[in-house]
Structures are given as C-alpha cells and as structure tokens.
Design a protein around this ligand. Structure first.
Ligand code: AMP
Length: 132
C-alpha cells in the first residue's frame, strides 16, 4: 500500500509543494515547528533513510541542499536546521527548518498556520527554487 507521502508526491493528496524533480519531492510540513518547515522525500518508498543505497542517499541530500538554499533565501533566518526522525510517517523524509534559535527545533511544540499563510510561504520558497 502506498504511503501517505507517496500519495502526496503523486498529487493524490494535496500538499504545499515547494520543489520537485523526477526522484524527489519537497513540501511544507502540515504542522511546522517553525514557519517554512519543509519535508524533502525521495519518491521511492523506503521507510528508513539509511536503508537507501549510497547513490539514492547522496541524491536525496543533494536535492535537500538545493531546497535548503532556496529556503534560506525565502525565509530569512540564521541557519537551516536539518533533522531526520521518521517515527510517525514510514517514508524517508528530511526535515529542513528555518532557525533563529534552538527552540525552533522543538518537535514537541508544533504550529498550525492558516492555509493562506502556508500557501504564501510555499510560493516564496518555490519561486526561489526556480531561480537557481
Ligand atoms: P516524523 O515521521 O516523526 O519525522 O514526522 C512526520 C512529519 O510529517 C510530522 O512533522 C508531521 O507534521 C508531518 N506530516 C504528517 N502528515 C503530513 C501531511 N499530510 N502533509 C504534510 N506534513 C505531514
């Protein structure tokens, strides 16, 4: 059975898309820990990031790096934080989080932003990604 993130990457479940290529997809986390919190996934269904092949892992992190560069231009911040958890959704994903303080990576404190704000954030990141 397809994972929820596969369905998102296939466009079967809506998401706030920020970037994609033939093997990867990036979209806003629906409950961000900070505004601009992005998830980067491989289209391939693999639950655990370290079970990807070396090539798949390298391609995923290279794509995530490109998304992070767009993210830091779209959402001014001190750094982009990176996390891999995967305890909730069994489909590899890298969290990219705009950081201004350590507290911005507190996964026990999640936000719910209005849809128009999520849409505007995604559009800003997507616009920066296409400027590369
Ligand atoms: P984890 O698997 O522990 O890394 O957490 C999964 C993350 O996916 C959480 O931060 C959720 O808020 C996020 N998430 C779950 N479902 C969706 C969805 N449909 N769209 C966007 N983000 C989601």
């Amino acid at each position: 059975m397809a994972t929820i993130f596969s369905k998102i990457a296939a466009g079967e479940i809506p998401s706030y898309k920020v970037a994609e290529d033939d093997k990867h997809y990036a979209f806003l986390d629906i409950n961000p820990v900070a505004p601009g919190h992005v998830l980067v996934i491989p289209r391939k269904e693999e639950s655990y990031i370290f079970n990807l092949s070396e090539d798949e892992y390298a391609a995923l992190t290279a794509f995530a790096r490109r998304v992070a560069k767009a993210l830091e231009r779209a959402i001014p911040c001190k750094r982009i934080g990176v996390a891999v958890i995967g305890l909730e959704v069994p489909h590899t994903h890298i969290h990219l989080i705009p950081l201004n303080s350590e507290k911005d990576m507190d996964f026990s404190h999640k936000l719910t932003l209005p849809a128009d704000e999520m849409q505007a954030i995604a559009a800003r990141i997507a616009a920066e990604f296409t400027k590369e």
